[in-house]
Design a protein around this ligand. Structure first.
Ligand code: BG6
Length: 512
């Protein structure tokens, strides 16, 4: 039976039971920016995958809004193309036909009153004919400088406001501003039209299984928590390395750079989940309260000349392929100072984390694609072995492999079989693909479904967004005032200055 949100629940179970598959109630979605890269590669395939898994309501309706002169059929063809290229689950004709029936396209610009009036009429018509029940999510997959126009139009036409039995929500994509002040302004624009509980900000890292597993690892187990503090942890490394370059993304990336692109959101969210205290429950408000607390306590370590590093890739060998540097990539300013690599050192001023540096790094065109979080332990206080027998021993570590090869690894010393007491590092490895037969859903499947279900746990609030900027702003200002990024070769592990940053602390980056 449907609950008060129109969500279908099994009456035999409490609807708080997080094990049950949840199916979205009657609803539809309007995507602005539907011809963009994100919609084509991620959103449309995710919507199909949700439909294919039976998690969307029968009358689910998808309206694309854009400038192209498209008929319903053109839009269907476009979505079909995106689905065949990007869907995770098998193509099923019946599912596709049912989904395609509910597809429509409205042509227009964001400042075009007539187009938005047509959109409002289309929505009303869908409510009358497809049973969408007045429940609509507006997905803004558009540059933030268009948020104001779209929000204004949604307000003017009454689409932003629901009646008592239905809901209206807005889903927004980063970048949420380029510093704290602009994030605040953006939040004001959105919140002037949609109340905060109707705003769903996407940070797709929070939709990843391995990221949600941080909560399970930390709070479902007894094994880790006693060690999860400054008494045992030497430092934490959070890495998001990518091997791809930035060809084709100049419009978005030039002038933005690696820190704004992923540290402000993905990496600081990972830090928050790793470092926060146990929430009272996993209700959105409780989880967000803990994240806000830890983000408030996080600060850059000074002096920034020694505790941060940034770089820009120059041409080099990426595996067996020679690839161009950023300044030669299509569309980039040949004198661009945009950083494609960023690293910084943060501290968390709390009893749990005092004195434990959190090193964050990210980069494009690095040696390998890998995202991971490593907790590196302090040395054991005493080694009762002959120094020669343990010389090769590194620090113990717990490594959460976010992707690829998702899993958790523990590294510790073990006796080498034989007649002497020689100790060497070994790995104990949990891998998702070996432990589970279920395939992980794509992050966007989870997040789109959660937005339709009004399940806000995995969406950062505006407080989190603004606090993340507050952490990053001093670093960005320092970089702005201090010339160009260092160079690093494509295919390498970043600029020398990033290695020097850790060397000064007598530490080294992991080479995953
Ligand atoms: C996006 C960034 O948020 O995340 C991109 O804008 C980056 O620059 C992407 O490539 C990486 O996502 P994933 O899921 O492939 O790690």
């Amino acid at each position: 039976m449907p609950d008060k949100n129109g969500t279908w629940v099994n009456p035999l179970h409490s609807h708080n039971d997080k094990r049950l598959p949840r199916i979205a109630g009657p609803s539809g979605m309007v995507i602005f920016g539907v011809t963009g890269d994100l919609a084509r590669k991620k959103l449309l395939p995710a919507i199909y995958d949700l439909a294919n898994r039976g998690l969307l309501p029968a009358g689910f309706t998808l309206i694309g809004f854009g400038r192209r002169d498209w008929s319903k059929q053109d839009f269907e063809d476009y979505v079909w193309q995106a689905v065949t290229e990007g869907a995770r689950t098998k193509l099923n004709e019946t599912v596709w036909e049912r989904l395609a029936e509910g597809m429509h396209f409205v042509r227009g610009n964001f400042d075009d009153d007539v187009a938005f009036d047509t959109l409002a009429e289309t929505i009303a018509e869908m409510d009358a004919t497809r049973g969408t029940g007045g429940n609509w999510a507006f997905y803004l997959s558009i540059p933030p400088n268009s948020f104001a126009d779209v929000c204004h139009q949604l307000e003017r036409t009454g689409m932003a406001t629901a009646d008592e039995q239905s809901w209206r929500r807005v889903i927004i994509e980063k970048p949420f501003g380029h510093d704290q002040e602009s994030a605040r302004e953006l939040n004001e624009i959105v919140n002037a039209v949609f109340p905060e509980d109707a705003v769903f900000r996407i940070d797709h890292y929070l939709g990843k299984e391995t990221v949600q597993n941080i909560l399970a690892l930390r709070f479902a187990n007894q094994l880790f928590d006693p060690l999860w503090n400054s008494q045992y942890i030497d430092h934490v490394q959070i890495t998001m390395a990518e091997d791809i370059g930035l060809g084709g993304r100049a419009g978005y990336y030039d002038g933005i750079g690696a820190a704004r692109d992923v540290i402000q959101n993905h990496l600081l969210q990972l830090l928050a989940l790793m470092a926060m205290e146990e929430p009272i429950s996993f209700e959105p408000a409780e989880l967000q309260a803990e994240k806000v607390k830890v983000l408030r306590a996080a600060h850059p370590v000074y002096p920034l000349s020694k505790t941060t590093a940034r770089g820009q890739y120059v041409a080099g060998w990426q595996g067996s392929k020679w690839v161009p540097g950023l300044r030669e990539e299509d569309g980039f300013d040949p004198n661009s100072n945009t950083e494609t690599y960023a690293a910084c050192t943060l501290e968390i001023k709390s009893r749990r984390w005092a004195g434990v540096p959190f090193y964050l790094r990210t980069g494009k065109r690095l040696g390998r694609r890998v995202s991971e979080i490593a907790l590196v332990f302090k040395d054991a206080p005493h080694q009762p072995f002959d120094a020669n027998d343990v010389t090769a021993l590194g620090n113990n570590a717990v490594v959460i492999r976010v992707q690829p090869d998702e899993g958790v690894l523990m590294r510790f010393g073990s006796k080498i079989p034989g007649t002497t007491m020689e100790v060497r590092d070994v790995n104990m490895d949990f891998s998702y693909s070996e432990a589970f037969t279920e395939e992980s859903p794509e992050a966007y499947e989870r997040l789109i479904l959660d937005a339709l279900l009004d399940e806000a746990s995995l969406f950062p609030t505006n407080a989190e967004v603004e606090l993340s900027w507050a952490i990053l702003d001093p670093i960005l200002e320092y970089w702005d005032a201090n010339g160009r990024p260092d160079e690093y070769r494509a295919g390498s592990w970043g600029p020398e200055s990033a290695d020097a940053m850790l060397r000064r602390d007598d530490r080294t980056w992991r080479r995953p």
